[in-house]
Design a protein around this ligand. Structure first.
Ligand SMILES: Cc1cc2nc3c(=O)[nH]c(=O)nc-3n(C[C@H](O)[C@H](O)[C@H](O)COP(=O)(O)OP(=O)(O)OC[C@H]3O[C@@H](n4cnc5c(N)ncnc54)[C@H](O)[C@@H]3O)c2cc1C
Length: 377
């Protein structure tokens, strides 16, 4: 019997498996896919996430492969109205590391294979929990029966583990939708993030490794056209930057929602990452939140501490992250023309306060006082 069976080989499930293997626990990861997905999805690794990557032993490789975003600009009507400098947050990582999610996952898979060879079971979908006792949980996955001391559902927003247990996922859809894509960087903005506060909706732009740039454009709703040409046209119209549609490496459309489980702990089954909380990708903090969940779950299981502490440790952090994402989305909505100068003046005025700038930098990098750190040992 394995100590911990993990459903889902996304970044959160993989990180949890490594953290447990490092502590001498036997792990097995069940993944429904037969091969990894090549999609850059989550690119922002905030300082707490970088600490987890260091803890699991892939920190130096991630740092070598990523781009350090050390600050950002707010731009409206062609001029900079605010700037953010992350050096104010101090610490070992005074920056957000930009690294495509498929690279993060590859580093984690390789590390897991080093520590627990053969523990990742591909093409093995979770089916159902068959029963739980005080000591173990029995479940079906990949067409076979398994037993483990703990079962961890890290199987994403549409979690089959959560659905099977009948756990609620309360929340709501937001009216904010976005088109995003990665293009060769022709902006000259280098490693700076840029937020273009256009009257018709925000355009966000972040550096990526390989001289690429991620663009995210707020739209009212999808017209069913996610082509690079449509995206490049919207970016040009709102920012003035002319991008090469033919050289685009990825486009996708996403809607936004906030949902959360009432509890992450259900007997000997725990839910974590997106399976436990869906956060809008605006602000890019979902992955960092999930990696910190993995750290907390690994710590509690390895220390044989009461697992019920998980809700107290992590659900509050999820709620704060969700609130930040909602504020970010609000700032990026379309405005009537007359309101734009008022908004710009308000942002310029607020940004001139050193105290407020540092607070915003801390919120943006998830290094504010509300972040509870999990013991590393
Ligand atoms: C467009 C977009 C951009 C984003 N940008 C950012 C960003 O910049 N920064 C950030 O921090 N976050 C971002 N996010 C959020 C981030 O991608 C997620 O928070 C993160 O992937 C969650 O990781 P996870 O491991 O919990 O779930 P997932 O990455 O969804 O992984 C779940 C895994 O479980 C597997 N699975 C599902 N069902 C089963 C089953 N029945 N049996 C076995 N396996 C199963 C899936 O195949 C998958 O491999 C973004 C999200 C989106 C959609």
């Amino acid at each position: 019997m394995d100590d911990v069976a993990i459903i889902g080989a996304g970044p959160v499930g993989l990180a949890l498996a490594i953290l447990l293997a490092q502590r001498g626990r036997s792990v097995r990861v069940f993944e429904q896919r037969s091969a990894p997905v090549a999609h850059s999805r989550a690119i922002g690794l905030h300082p707490p996430a970088q600490k987890v990557l260091e803890q699991v032993g892939v920190g130096p490789a991630a740092q070598r492969g990523g781009v350090q975003i050390r600050g950002g600009l707010g731009i409206s009507r062609g001029r900079s109205i605010a700037s953010m400098d992350f050096s104010a947050i101090g610490g070992q990582y005074p920056y957000v590391l930009s690294l495509p999610q498929q690279v993060t996952e590859q580093l984690l898979r390789e590390r897991l294979e080093q520590l627990a060879p053969g523990s990742l079971m591909l093409a093995s979908a979770f089916e159902q929990v068959l029963g739980q006792s005080g000591q173990s949980v029995e479940f079906a996955a990949g067409g076979a029966l398994h037993r483990a001391r703990w079962l961890a559902g890290a199987d994403g927003v549409r979690s089959a583990v959560r659905t099977d247990l009948g756990v609620g996922f309360a929340g709501r859809d937001h009216r904010d939708s976005y088109l995003m894509g990665d293009f060769p960087d022709t902006t000259g903005l280098a490693h700076t993030a840029a937020l273009f506060l256009h009257q018709e909706g925000i355009v966000e732009s972040f550096p990526l490794p390989g001289a690429l740039r991620r663009w995210v454009v707020r739209i009212e709703q999808t017209q069913g056209d996610e082509s690079p040409g449509t995206l490049a046209e919207a970016i040009c119209q709102r920012t003035g930057y002319l991008l090469e549609a033919e050289a685009c490496t990825m486009t996708s459309y996403f809607g936004t929602a906030t949902r959360m489980v009432p509890s992450m702990v259900h007997g000997r089954v725990v839910l974590l990452g997106d399976a436990a909380h869906q956060i809008s990708p605006i602000g890019g903090q979902g992955l960092s939140l999930g990696l910190a969940d993995a750290q907390a779950v690994a710590h509690l299981i390895a220390a044989r501490a009461p697992i019920e502490a998980l809700d107290d440790l992590r659900l509050g952090a999820a709620r704060s992250t969700a609130r930040r994402a909602q504020v970010n989305m609000l700032l990026g909505r379309a405005l009537p023309r007359w309101a734009v100068p008022l908004r710009d003046s308000a942002i310029s005025c607020l940004a001139s306060s050193a105290w407020l700038s540092e607070k915003v930098a801390r919120d943006f990098t998830m290094t504010g006082p509300g972040q509870r750190s999990i013991p590393v040992a």
